[in-house]
Design a protein around this ligand. Structure first.
Ligand code: NAP
Length: 311
């Protein structure tokens, strides 16, 4: 067991920004950044909406820079997943965080920045054909579909982004959306609709992904008239939103029905010295810049908490 002043769980924009601020406050943060550190931007290509990068910046490059910036002021990292936490209810008692069974860390302050993961449809065929043509990451897997036909499900910005990225490789990209109106921002809609490789299939849900050992097609059902349609595709990408990574906090921190953490103040949770920030809290904005902003807020809240208690 090793003791710290501040433990940060999560290595995305929220976690690294919290690390930067707490490091500059000389709190020597210890960041359990996860096995696949860097968060969701590691699976993004170009980030065009993070202020300060007028030409855009590669997602992984942006995360590397954030990580290095906090490291420069003394943040320490361990690239492991947290398996268990014991948050105390007593402000005097430290919180304990485990990676594996026998490796634990304690601190009076824990900043939770565990982010969110892609939502799945929940089909048996989705699991069976996962990584055999089914993917949630066009950036990771798009290149496997050169000159092939692929489909993306969803009507939000993620689906548009996945589809647009896939047009670099695939010869045809279907977007399957359950309604007749997109949720995506205007600029992303315009880009997707203007791309001649993209065809929108309005008002369909995916009922089954077809194929034995790799994806060969989809069985769709119309949400307008219930009719069935078979679509031949080589790949299928999920773009239907996200779920918060908060399972390990269940029963210890307040969360809503979907599992998003619910702070009492701006970032303070219902255990003394526990603060939460980023996509594990925020289901409304979910941007790298808002996650980073919340990471800063959590760090300042944590700093004041420690200062007020002379810790
Ligand atoms: P989202 O905005 O919540 O959109 C999810 C989409 O998936 C919706 O169109 C939804 O349909 C559909 N959907 C959800 N569950 C489904 C199911 N079981 N079956 C079929 N369809 C389903 O999620 P997101 O696209 O991941 O975006 C999240 C946030 O990140 C947004 O604020 C977005 O602007 C932002 N973002 C921005 C960028 C960018 O600017 N480049 C890129 C990605 C994400 P309904 O519309 O019918 O609900």
């Amino acid at each position: 067991m090793s003791n710290h002043k501040v433990i940060i769980i999560g290595g995305g924009p929220a976690g690294y920004t919290a690390a930067l601020y707490t490091a500059r406050a000389r709190l020597e943060p210890f960041c359990l950044e996860g096995l696949q550190y860097g968060g969701q931007l590691m699976t993004t290509t170009e980030v065009e909406n993070f202020p300060g990068f007028p030409e855009g910046i590669d997602g992984p490059a942006l995360m590397d820079r954030m990580r290095q910036q906090a490291e420069r002021f003394g943040a320490q990292y361990r690239s492991r997943d947290v398996t268990r936490v014991a948050f105390s209810s007593d402000p005097g008692e430290p919180h304990t965080v485990w990676v594996d069974e026998d490796e634990s860390y304690t601190a009076p302050v824990v900043i939770v920045a565990t982010g969110a993961r892609p939502r799945k449809l929940g089909l048996e065929s989705e699991e069976r054909l996962w990584a055999k043509g089914v993917s949630s990451c066009a950036t990771c897997d798009g290149a496997f579909f050169r000159d092939k036909v692929v489909a993306v499900v969803g009507g939000g910005d993620s689906a548009m982004e996945e589809a647009l990225f896939l047009t670099r490789f695939a010869r045809k990209v279907y977007i399957i959306h359950r309604r007749d109106e997109l949720r995506a921002s205007r600029i992303m809609q315009e880009r997707a609709l203007a791309n001649e490789k993209i065809e929108l299939l309005w008002s369909y849900v995916v009922e089954e992904i077809l194929g034995e050992d790799h994806v060969t097609g989809l069985r769709l059902r119309s949400t307008k008239d219930g009719s069935e349609r078979l679509l031949e595709v080589d790949g299928f990408f999920l773009g239907i939103g996200h779920l918060p990574n908060t399972d390990i906090f269940r029963g210890q921190l307040r969360m809503d029905d979907e599992g998003y953490l619910v702070p009492e103040g701006a970032t303070a949770m219902d255990r003394p010295g526990v603060f939460a920030c980023g996509d594990c809290v925020d289901k409304r904005y979910r941007q790298a810049i808002t996650a980073a902003g919340m990471g800063c807020m959590a760090a300042i809240d944590a700093e004041r908490y420690l200062e007020e208690r002379g810790l």
